[in-house]
Each structure stands twice: as structure tokens, then as C-alpha cells.
Design a protein around this ligand. Sequence first.
Ligand code: NAD
Length: 354
Amino acid sequence: MKKLGIGVIGTGSISESHMNAYAANENAAIVAVCDLNRERAGKAAEKYGASSVYTDYHDLLANPEVEAVSICTWNHTHAEIAIAAVKAGKHVLVEKPLSMTVEEAEAVRDAVRSTDRILQVGFVRRYDANAQLAKRFTEQGEFGELYYAKASLIRRLGNPGGWFADKERSGGGPLIDIGVHVIDLSWYLMGRPKVKSVSGNVYNKLGNRSNVKGLSFYQAADYDASRNTVEDLANALIRFENGASLLVEVSYALHAKSDESAVRLYGTKGGFEIDPELAIVSERHDTILNVTPQVDSLKFNFQQAFQSEIDSFVASATTGTEPLSPVEDGLTMMRILRAIYESAEQGKEIELQS
Ligand SMILES: NC(=O)c1ccc[n+]([C@@H]2O[C@H](COP(=O)([O-])OP(=O)(O)OC[C@H]3O[C@@H](n4cnc5c(N)ncnc54)[C@H](O)[C@@H]3O)[C@@H](O)[C@H]2O)c1
């Protein structure tokens, strides 16, 4: 079978995870890479055997060997590049968030709908084996009606700096960056209920804590701590039309004792946790059972999830099947995120249009 020709746009930190997974997929070959920074793109091309190197993504999209692209650039370029890519006839895997604004997300959806190309949003948490296990159990009715979920991603020190900390290029701080992962995961596992309203708070109290010594954290390829215009903590209560609710809290900086990751869902017949590790709770014969599934890793396995995300993208692009994380879901996330920021700014609950 002919291998799917892949172009990678943006060869910074996360692109490594994409390229390692493409390299391990026997149906894909990385044929071209592009980055504003030529040296960075050149190094990636050398490492992964890409024959073409570009600094302008339009040139990569004009290459007929490129059939599908991974977009791993700064958030404010996602929509523009995704639209150009589908119009150039390429299938698209775009990193989260789908875009920086709701309007951009709508424009991407319209562009995708006007072609027969597929677009997959990089909601990597959905592709985690434990998330898929929980989804299977949920769909079999194991937990009954899921009516409450809690999601936390607390970093006491974890502002990645550079463009992540520049609102003009990122669209915001931990909410749009890491909050989108856990909001999406919880919403997906709850069965994607329609959002009714959102109430949120956003805080800029601690800055990026770049004064702290002795603790390392994820950083943008062009790390720079001198500029920071994004929030350091956000929380929200999301209400759904079916009566369910989701409570979220995320931070880049907080005087917390330790970092914390928690994704917990509660239903009428049982509950489960994905983070910090997979666990199932149920009740049998008047007894509460805490169940530990016997799987390779109870914790989120980043590498496995990325491999599964890329394998799934290659399969969808090759067969034309709907991705597990389609453009419409990327748009819903942008609507939720915007409503949280608006709610925080206005100090009141925001109703979403149904
Ligand atoms: N799925 C995940 O778990 C995960 C983790 C980290 C980052 N991300 C997402 O991946 C994207 C990239 O993040 P990162 O951490 O790799 O950032 P990064 O700064 O390390 O890398 C981004 C790269 O994109 C390049 N770039 C920016 N605009 C470009 C353009 N118009 N054309 C070509 N190259 C361009 C930059 O020069 C840089 O090398 C972001 O959208 C981020 O939200 C996802």
C-alpha cells in the first residue's frame, strides 16, 4: 500500500510526538516539514527523513507529495493554516485548541464541510486507552446516567512562556491551553451533552513565577519569561441541558502543595476516575466496590495516546471515515472557552445559544 505523505507545519516541542508516531506508522511517511525557524525545520527533516523543508506553509501545501498535514503551530495560526490546507486538498490534524476564537472555528468548520477532506482536532486525551475503556463501559450503561464531573489540572509552576504567555498568539492561559483537554475529555465521556450555561472566574494574581528555582516544567521552543499577558488560574461551572454539570479548575501558577490532575465522573449506578489514575466505583449487594481494572498503565500514557491519535488520523485520512475528534467538537470547545472568559469578565453566568 502507498504510504500517506505527511507534512508537519511547526516543528517545535509537541511536533516531536507527532513525528515519532508517524515514523512508527507503516502507512505514513513524513515527506515535508515547515517552520518559521529554518534551522529547527532542517533538524526535524534530517531526523525524520523529510525531503522538503519550508519556512512558508503555503509552499508546503503546494507540494503534491503532501496528502495530509499536522498543524503544530501557535494557536492564532491554527484556523488560517487549517482552512488553507483543506482548500489545498490536504487532510488535517490540527493541534488543540482548534482556533483562538469562535468565529475562526466556525470558518474552519465551513471550509471542512465544503470539501471531502477530513479534519481531526488534536484532543489527544480521547485517544488514551483508559479513556476508551471508560467510554466502552459508559456506553454499556455501567455507570447509569452521568450527571456530575470534576476536572482539575493544577500546575503550581507551569507557565510554558514564549507565545503561550502572549494572549495575542495563544488566546489565553491555562484555560485554553490545558483546560481544553480536560473539559473536552469530560464532555466526551459524558456523551457530549448540549451546553446550557457557563459561570467562570479567571485570576491574574501570581504572574508566571519565573523567580522560582529548582523545579522544571514544559516550555515553548522559544522560551521567554519576560512577557506574560495570560491568566494564571481559571475555574468554571458548566451546566448542560440534560441537567448534568461539570466543575473545572486549571492553573499555570498557584500556591498549591503539589501539581494535581483529576478527571472524575459520577453516575447513578457508579462512577470512575481517569486521572490521577483509572479507577471504577460501583455498588453491589449493598456494598461499595472500588475496582481496579487490570491494564498496562493506570495512568495517562502520553506516548501511547499520541500513537493512537496519529494512527487514527492516518486511518481516517486513508479511508475517509469520520475522525473520533471532529471539527464540530473543536468548535463546541471554543464556544465553552469563550463563554468562560466572558463570564469571568462580566462577573455573571453566560447562557449559550442552543
Ligand atoms: N496535545 C498536547 O498535549 C499538546 C501539548 C503541547 C502543545 N500542544 C499544542 O501544539 C501547538 C504547538 O505547541 P508547542 O508546545 O509545540 O509550541 P512551540 O513554540 O514549541 O512550537 C511551535 C512552533 O511553531 C512554529 N510556528 C509558529 N507559527 C508558524 C507558522 N505560521 N508557520 C510555520 N511555523 C510556525 C514556531 O516557530 C515553533 O517552532 C499549540 O497549539 C499547543 O497548544 C498540544
